[in-house]
Design a protein around this ligand. Structure first.
Ligand code: NAD
Length: 257
């Protein structure tokens, strides 16, 4: 993709402080967008993302927005307004990437109602209301990308509720694409497989056997990196993907084929 494909655009990336979200924020900034890096609690990590982008010649700003509680979307947009300044003087934007998510889950027998509510609140309810309350700000011709998971398509009963959240997110994508089509806004999900991020560090990094097993699950034979996902997001938000909407784009390296 040509550098500068997103020149003049404004993007919001939730969970932009680390992992896949950080890679997406860096990539969209490299393509020319001014990027709002939304984070939950780790201000230093969000600042680090912004710093990396600025060093690279890009534009970015951080905003704190903890998701998963009622009123979270309204607080996120208020924080966006407060932080955007010269980057989005009219409070409008072109791209929303709903990336923030939690993997905490449990098998059916041991999942609690609170655990269920928490994972749905962050992975489904937050993106739903971020979009609902962001629609007046999102310019016609804009882009929404929801970061889903291969777990919406591959049965993994050990994280049954997590998989269900991503299935719900994909159905949200489908309906939203229909609703927003008349405005020229595309909506797609990207479904990563196992990616080497902090969320997997506990079981994946430092255990060669676990690493080899994770790599063997992908047809392409390795563990995914955040950039493998970020590059797909960059395509979907670019003009090149203007005729793609309502889809789940697999970024699992061919897992479960
Ligand atoms: P990560 O834990 O490294 O990063 C998650 C990001 O989401 C962080 O920036 C975190 O601050 C943010 N976040 C989490 N809870 C939040 C909350 N309550 N409020 C606001 N922000 C919150 O994880 P990651 O691997 O980069 O995952 C990013 C997305 O990709 C998630 O939606 C995840 O479900 C999805 N995904 C990851 C993998 C993987 O193997 N890493 C696989 C499939 C899908």
């Amino acid at each position: 993709m040509a550098a500068g494909a997103l020149q003049g655009k404004v993007a919001l990336v939730t969970g932009g402080s680390r992992g896949i979200g950080r890679a997406v924020a860096q990539r969209l900034a490299r393509d020319g967008a001014a990027v709002a890096v939304a984070y939950a609690r780790d201000e230093a990590a969000a600042d680090e993302t912004v710093e990396r982008i600025r060093k690279d010649g890009g534009r970015a700003f951080a905003l704190r927005a903890e998701l998963g509680r009622h009123g979270d979307a309204a607080r996120l947009w208020a924080a966006f307004d407060a932080a955007a300044g010269e980057h989005a003087p009219d409070g409008r934007l072109d791209i929303i990437v709903n990336n923030a998510g939690i993997g905490r889950s449990a098998p059916l027998a041991s999942l609690t109602e609170d655990g269920f509510d928490e994972v749905f609140a962050v992975n489904v309810r937050a993106p739903f209301f971020i979009v609902q309350q962001g629609l007046a700000r999102l310019r016609d011709g804009g882009r929404i990308v929801n970061v889903s998971s291969g777990a919406a398509r591959l049965a993994m009963p050990e994280i049954i509720a997590y998989g269900a959240t991503k299935g719900a997110l994909d159905t949200f994508t489908l309906n939203l694409a229909k609703e927003l089509g008349p405005r020229g806004i595309t909506v797609n999900s990207v479904a990563p497989g196992i990616i080497d991020t902090d969320v997997n560090a506990g079981w994946l990094r430092g255990d060669p056997q676990a690493w080899a097993h994770a790599a063997s699950l992908a047809a392409l034979g390795r563990v995914g990196q955040p950039e493998d996902v970020a590059d797909v997001v960059a395509f979907l938000v670019s003009d090149d993907a203007r005729w793609v909407t309502g889809r789940v784009v697999d970024a699992t390296g061919g897992s479960g084929l």
